[in-house]
Ligand binder design. Structure first.
Ligand SMILES: Nc1ncnc2c1ncn2[C@@H]1O[C@H](COP(=O)(O)OP(=O)(O)OP(=O)(O)O)[C@@H](O)[C@H]1O
Ligand SMILES: [Mg+2]
Length: 368
């Protein structure tokens, strides 16, 4: 897959712009705060239906504008495709409209896989350094592109979890009896265990693939003999019947959940651990080792998506060049030749030696 054209209207600091990246490497170069990341964000929006930087779509709409839109024309094996997202400031049911071809789609999940993309930015260091939430978000963003069913299970799970947590609070305030609590919680526990088991099943499969691809990508990037390993951490991951095990855990945990007014068990607690030669990267890794591990994870997501969809995602590299040494930069750019890459930088010299197809200067919401 490649992006042929992106048209942004009232999106972030772009009043109106048309961006036509090269089939190979495109560099977006400019000073800070000119709109380089905003362009990548527009591609991400069409890829997964949301920004990688914010949960609030309205922040993407240009200040004072009533609506924003991003249209992408892509080329896939079977021809050209159009995806368009319109964000309305008014909110409500029409806050976000998704069009594939010229037809509006009812569910954002239908977008998944149309514009596969993988973005790497300096904040991805948090994948290695921060808490499990970042790693779950990464699993969710990548897996959703591969399996719309995963995206729907996730939606169903999050809604049910919110309901269950609300109910736990209400029950604990009203000092409900154990049997009353049990009968009210039971339907939510059943939904959570079914959707949760489906999420866990997909994550087990994904982590297995990811671990292999991350190890290979890491070996390519670092050129060292250190081995990167990723291990899924989930108490239900090895169960034959994860739904049953999760349901039992939810039932048995009710008293504790009522006391803490929150759900202590389930895939919203999943994580994965990263090690280099058996040592936790988070604890023992140098800054450079952590950055390379994070990048290897993203490249692994790329390989997994490419192999599963039998089509290459577009690789978006935000500001990574300045953070890598010359050798790793070269290794990154030589990785999967022929794939469309859009790279941002503040200094052209960061790309010295790279075969750049197109150089775009980004200046205050315009491509010059
Ligand atoms: N909703 C919005 N409406 C208008 N302008 C916005 C909006 N949201 C962000 N901006 C502006 O966009 C600019 C930031 O763009 P972006 O993050 O793409 O910068 P960048 O070129 O990637 O910079 P850096 O090199 O610092 O990462 C800022 O000037 C910010 O004020
Ligand atoms: Mg930026």
């Amino acid at each position: 897959m490649r992006v042929i054209r992106a048209e942004l209207r009232a999106f972030r600091n772009y009043a109106s712009v048309t961006f036509e990246p090269d089939a190979g490497i495109t560099v977006l170069c400019g000073k800070n705060a000119q709109g380089k990341t905003n362009l990548l964000e527009a591609v991400v929006l069409c890829s997964v239906g949301r920004s990688h930087r914010t949960n609030h779509d309205r922040e993407l709409i240009q200040w004072d504008a009533p609506r924003a839109s991003v249209s992408l024309e892509t080329e896939r094996r079977d021809g050209t495709h159009d995806v368009k997202i319109i964000l309305n400031r008014g909110g409500g049911a029409r806050a976000k409209q998704v069009l594939i071809g010229a037809s509006p789609v009812a569910r954002i999940g239908e977008l998944m896989g149309h514009v596969p993309s993988v973005l790497f930015s300096p904040e991805d260091l948090s994948l290695v350094k921060d808490g499990p939430g970042e790693r779950r978000r990464f699993m969710d963003m990548t897996l959703s592109q591969l399996r719309p069913q995963y995206f729907y299970a996730l939606q169903q799970y999050s809604r049910a979890l919110k309901q269950r947590n609300g109910l736990l609070r209400a029950l604990s305030i009203s000092f409900a009896s154990a049997s009353e609590a049990a009968s009210q919680l039971e339907p939510w526990d059943e939904i959570l265990s079914r959707a949760g088991a489906s999420i866990i099943m997909y994550r087990v499969w994904f982590l297995d693939r990811l671990a292999r691809d991350a190890r290979d990508a890491h070996a390519h990037l670092s050129g060292s003999n250190e081995t990167l390993a990723a291990r899924f951490i989930c108490p239900f991951g090895k169960e034959d019947n994860a739904a049953r095990a999760l349901l039992d855990a939810l039932r048995n945990g009710r008293a504790r959940d009522l006391a803490s007014r929150g759900t202590g068990m389930g895939p919203h607690r999943d994580d994965f651990e990263l090690t280099l030669n058996g040592k936790q990267v988070k604890v023992y890794g140098s800054q450079g080792q952590q950055r390379t591990a994070a990048l290897a994870l993203k490249l692994a997501a790329f390989s997994t998506i490419r192999d599963e969809l039998d089509d290459s995602p577009v690789l978006l590299l935000d500001d990574v060049m300045s953070e890598l040494d010359a050798e790793r930069r070269r290794r990154l750019l030589s990785w999967t030749p022929g794939v469309q890459k859009i790279i941002t930088c503040t200094d052209e010299s960061d790309l010295t030696g790279a075969v750049v197809g197109k150089m775009c200067m980004v200046d205050n919401g315009a491509i010059v």
